[in-house]
Design a protein around this ligand. Structure first.
Ligand SMILES: Cc1ncc(COP(=O)(O)O)c(C=O)c1O
Length: 373
């Protein structure tokens, strides 16, 4: 059997990883400033994470959501405290798309409405509703296109006021747009959305799947704006590679039996992985580290000629390159052995582990300077 060929692959076969580093099958070492799409939060193969998953595997790895699972309770408690949302409720699932799908479903249940407001350049995943609110017609099949969705320009209050009506169930926005090229909503725009949603009985969904989990130095990117959305979606950094997603749900939203559900969501291994991630974030002060290393990386990038439109917060950073420097991302990987991300057409995206250090940043800056000479 052949694989369904949907990915463009680099000819690299990683077999080992530690911290911010990967090794391929021939022993070649790579610096990882992308974390496999922002997934590696506490660093590859962290010993505490390995121990927690190994211990759990030796006890019990799976049963359904029809029995007591204290790990889920412990995770909700710890996540509530650590994120600043102790009064919210946690629903666990398996991926980012699923988290968004469930958040929009909750909003529709609560409001009895079905229209969703999303923003230009958004990416929210590939399941039916999530892809319908993603601003990329190339990945939307006609099966997915039946949802009631409008796309508005981000940071445009007037456009919002003109478009919003009583059919809108939810507004969904990324804490910082990732796939769209590290585009930041203005703090004042998030405050405006919060106010408008309150006023019109619309639920506000913050997609923090890429921008959350400590990446900006705060637990969620939207916390810079001081807002409290009704629903917050998470995935990526949550399990440091173990597939898991989740929705934080405002305390006023009442669940009923069967309202949401999943077979795998919240399983024992996911619970152990997520708890270990939060424990490491706390004990190793990874959020302050993301702030400090982000500031250092930004300051260094400002000094590199050829880096354009530098933007980001903490360790979610983007910058543009001139058209004739399009090859730089590939050169960084193939010649300097450094993984970075991209966004079309010419954006470099940096999404390293939150445990990144100065030495690793210096290696990257030296390589980038050589490429942009
Ligand atoms: C902001 C955002 N939302 C949702 C998703 C979808 O997550 P997943 O691929 O886990 O379904 C992604 C993935 O890149 C994302 O960046």
């Amino acid at each position: 059997m052949r694989l369904f060929d949907v990915y463009t692959l680099f000819n690299i076969t990683p077999v080992k990883a530690k911290g911010s580093w990967l090794w391929d099958i021939s022993g070649q070492k790579y610096l990882d400033l992308y974390g496999g799409h922002a997934v590696i939060s506490i660093g590859h193969s962290h010993p505490h994470y390995i121990q927690a998953l190994t211990d759990q595997l030796n006890k019990i790895s799976f049963y359904s959501n029809s029995v007591q699972n204290p790990l889920q309770e412990q995770l909700a408690e710890k996540l509530g405290q650590f994120s600043g949302y102790p009064d919210y409720q946690l629903f666990l699932c398996n991926s980012g798309a699923e988290a968004n799908e469930n958040a929009m479903k909750v909003a529709s249940f609560v409001t009895g409405r079905k229209k969703i407001v999303a923003f230009k350049k958004s990416f929210h995943g590939r399941t039916s509703g999530a892809v319908a609110v993603t601003d990329n017609p190339k990945i939307v099949a006609s099966f997915n296109a039946g949802h009631d969705v409008i796309f508005l320009p981000m940071n445009d209050e007037q456009a919002f006021l003109e478009a919003v009506d009583e059919d809108v169930a939810a507004v969904i926005i990324e804490g910082i747009q990732g796939v769209g090229g590290i585009q930041l909503p203005e703090d004042s725009f998030l405050v405006f959305l919060e106010q408008q949603c309150q006023k019109n009985n619309i639920l506000l969904i913050l997609d923090e799947i890429q921008s959350g989990y400590g990446r900006t130095g705060k637990f969620f990117a939207h916390q810079y704006a001081g807002i409290r959305p009704h629903l917050i979606t998470m995935a990526k950094g949550m399990g440091n590679g173990f597939p898991v997603g989740g929705v934080l749900i405002h305390g006023d939203i009442k669940p009923w039996p069967g309202m949401l559900g999943t077979t795998f969501g919240g399983n024992y291994l996911a619970g152990a992985a997520c708890l270990a991630v939060l424990e490491v974030m706390e004990s190793e002060n990874l959020l302050p580290n993301a702030t400090q290393m982000g500031a250092y990386l930004m300051a260094e990038l400002i000094g590199v000629a050829g880096v354009q439109k530098l933007r980001g917060r903490g360790l979610i950073i983007g910058f543009d390159l001139a058209d004739e420097k399009k090859h730089v991302r590939n050169n960084l990987l193939l010649e300097h052995k450094i993984f970075v991300g991209e966004a079309k057409p010419n954006t470099i995206r940096l999404l390293p582990s939150l445990a990144l250090n100065k030495n690793e940043i210096d290696i990257f800056i030296a390589a980038l300077k050589k490429e942009l000479l």
